[in-house]
Design a protein around this ligand. Structure first.
Ligand code: GAR
Length: 200
């Protein structure tokens, strides 16, 4: 049994409801982990406010702050190392993570996606666009997926997946809300699974 507390960075861009669910679940499930950093491309958003209110360090970092993309990627890795991050959880982070950051955290970075990957994934498939596409395709079932992050959008190995029904009168918004509720339980369960994998 490990006595080491896993140090987690969450990457967010929006309301951060998955971040909040993870934070709460770590306490409720007494997982040997701690969220020590919230990294965002937005200086102000629900996730950053929640971090500040809960004494979690924040990093606001965007490509625009740097002259070259490589400098941006290097700075991101440097910030993560400074906080001794073990694993990264993408929770509504609406940017592609630079390859150099993915390479620095092999098998140590997860993302949550609001559909049953490999369906409805890839570039442009995020947030409400996913649910609009699911309804447009006439699906009767959707869900949420937690997967490892690699260099390709939504293509990494799936760690955990759960289904959610699509109801006949659903709008993208009602479907998004039902999937989000599922995500709030799925992501903590996936984190728990990751922490019990060999090498954790
Ligand atoms: C979540 O539904 C998450 O799955 C989705 O954005 C939402 C963020 O909500 N992520 C993607 O679409 C990534 N491709 P939150 O900020 O309340 O956690």
């Amino acid at each position: 049994m490990t006595t080491h507390t896993t140090r987690i960075a969450v990457f967010c861009s929006g309301s951060g409801s998955n971040f909040k669910a993870l934070f709460q679940a770590i306490e409720n499930k007494q997982l040997p982990a701690e969220i020590v950093l919230c990294l965002s491309n937005r200086a102000r958003c629900g996730a950053m406010e929640f971090a500040e209110q809960n004494g979690i360090a924040t990093v606001h970092i965007t490509e625009q702050q740097f002259g070259f993309f490589d400098e941006f990627a290097e700075a991101m890795v440097e910030r993560l190392k400074k906080h001794h991050i073990d694993i990264i959880l993408l929770a509504g982070y609406m940017r592609k993570v630079p390859d150099a950051v993915v390479a620095a955290f092999p098998e140590r970075m997860l993302n949550i996606h609001p559909a049953l990957l490999p369906k409805f994934g890839g570039e442009g498939m995020y947030g409400i666009h996913v649910h609009t596409a699911v309804l447009g395709a006439g699906e009767t079932e959707t869900g949420a997926t937690v997967h490892f992050v690699n260099e390709e959008y939504d293509k990494g190995e799936i760690l955990l997946q759960r289904t959610v029904p699509v109801l006949p009168d659903d709008t993208p918004e009602t479907l998004a809300a039902r999937v989000l509720e599922c995500e709030h339980r799925l992501y903590p369960d996936a984190l728990e699974k990751l922490l019990t994998l060999p090498g954790s």
